[in-house]
Design a protein around this ligand. Structure first.
Ligand code: KIV
Length: 280
């Protein structure tokens, strides 16, 4: 029996229920593993640009990048909700452009919802997108697409004024119709306060245990990305080290001709080989 596909109301109903598990996914096979593990939301994050495509930042990520990877993830998912990031520049110039790009992520990218970075300033665009029938997840706090304006990859909302702004952002996104909001890199007490102040689930990343769910970048969680590991990341495996060890052994066995051995080769009847030799 196929597991039931999660819906937007299923996620909304998890407010004050079992915490929501979210992990980034960028291709078919990793999405399938996330689904098998029972993860609730597969987020096709624009972190794609940094951990998969080798860009220096998420600003470089294009709509075509997101569409390509969203399709691959959706093909691997039966149960989880697929949420795909709207990349930088795809929703900040006008409402028609935002709706057009969000439509593409659902129709071509097979996403169930889109994620848009930004608070009060983006609320009108979020509201119009939701009115167009596209479920939107918000994202406030440290928003990587505008990290330079925020002073880099720093914890946000540490003083009362900045914290107040984040509460206003969360309320504006709730009002605009978001079905959930990612809170990134904000103090745990503030995240807990925001979580209690709004009626939609909050998904924390570096926002402490008081949120309605948690998200991590898969490459961070399994130890596949070594350029930078934020403090909030818990590494559950060291897959990168295992992969390098396996590849080093493979290279050595190729060079020493230990691979392929008989067990990994195909045979042919000796008489057929003799016949072949007589042909020359
Ligand atoms: O792009 C991404 O992976 C994200 C998560 C870090 C929330 O937006």
């Amino acid at each position: 029996m196929h597991p039931k596909k999660l819906t937007i109301p299923d996620i909304r109903n998890r407010k004050n229920g079992t915490p929501i598990s979210v992990i980034t996914a960028y291709d078919y096979s990793w999405a399938k593993m996330a689904d098998t593990a029972g993860i609730d939301i597969a987020l096709v994050g624009d972190s794609l640009g940094m951990v998969v495509l080798g860009y220096p930042d998420t600003v470089s990520v294009t709509m075509e990048d997101m569409l390509h990877h969203s399709k691959a993830v959706a093909r691997g998912i039966e149960h989880a909700l697929v949420v795909t990031d709207m990349p930088f520049g795809s929703c900040n110039s006008s409402i028609p452009e935002a709706i057009n790009n969000a439509n593409r992520l659902l129709k071509e990218g097979r996403a169930d919802a889109v994620k848009i970075e930004g608070g009060v300033d983006m609320a009108p665009i979020v509201a119009a997108t939701v009115r167009a029938g596209i479920p939107v997840q918000g994202h406030i706090g440290l928003t990587p697409q505008t990290a330079t304006s925020l002073g880099g990859f720093k914890v946000q909302g540490k003083n009362a004024d900045a914290a107040r702004q984040l509460i206003d952002d969360a309320r504006a996104l709730e009002e605009a119709g978001c079905f959930s909001i990612v809170l990134e890199a904000i103090p745990a007490p503030l995240a807990e306060h925001i979580t209690k102040a709004i009626s939609i689930p909050t998904i924390g990343i570096g926002a402490g245990p008081g949120c309605d769910g948690q998200v991590l970048v898969i490459h961070d969680l399994i130890g596949l990305y070594d350029r930078f590991t934020p403090k909030f990341v818990k590494q559950y495996a060291k897959i990168g080290e295992q992969v390098v060890a396996a590849l080093t052994q493979y290279r050595a066995e190729v060079e020493s001709r230990a691979f392929p051995d008989e067990a990994h080769s195909f045979t042919m009847k000796a008489e057929e080989m003799d016949k072949l030799m007589r042909l020359y």
